[in-house]
Design a protein around this ligand. Sequence first.
Ligand SMILES: [Zn+2]
Length: 304
Amino acid sequence: MKIFKSILSFQKEFNTDEKCREHLEQSRWNGTPACPFCGSTGVHRFPNGKIFKCRDCRKKFSVTVGTIYENTKIPLTKWYLATYILTTHSKGISSLQLANMLDVTQKTAWFLNHRIREMLTEKAPQLLTGTVEVDETYVGGSDRNRHQHKKKGKDAKTMVVGAVQRGDEDNASKVTTAIIPATTKENVTEFILANVQAGSNMVTDESKAYNKVKKNYTHDTVNHRAKEYVRGNVHTNTIEGFWSLLKRQIDGIHHSVSPQHLGRYCNESAYRYNNKGVAQDERFAVAVSNCEGRLTYQKLIAKQ
Ligand SMILES: [Zn+2]
């Protein structure tokens, strides 16, 4: 695989739409173009090289149909550059910064940012195992830019629950998160069962929401109310480290994030956390290979 040591070498490699399309075709189809409508590989490529026609369902398509990159007026070179910037950046960047870098409007950059975030979401994550810390926190709803009478405090914030598998010599720690409407036993238990392998060693605080955890896991708690934070290996410092990272990214870079988009920002931060050790060009390649499925602008701006 090609190594892009810098954004300049990346731009040199993908400086035309044709080069990006070739790369996307290779990543998506591995040399055998397949119809995105019926899956047939009996397809005909038109002389312009861009458009295909399926011999089975007779539909026409290009390599971007059915992907994150579909149906936009934004050239593929800008999509690729945005994908590279966002997958390799250590903290993520704001729509305003991205707009300046790509010479597009802030609205376009915001849309690109969200679509690429979709690509960073793991489609079938492995269950966490070993020692797993679980905790919840409030995120977003920054009051900083609101007028005094509009300040909403905690009510404007959204509850996020997270689980982190502690790392060891061989594996880095790994996190997963979800938005929950409230910290109830039901919500928390459902999240844990969906994300953590039964039999793992769970560490949480003493909240009653975790009362059911003992059924499927070994369970240790730290008593934060009694100002107990670490008892040997029993602590939730790893997940708390992730929370501070998440909050720095959301409050520091994006300032104010509405609850309907928060899940995507959490996924982005989890992606950065989980891919710390992965080489830049590999991160880009993995993201591109994850481009199936699309998020339309209508869906993005729709109220929940
Ligand atoms: Zn077809």
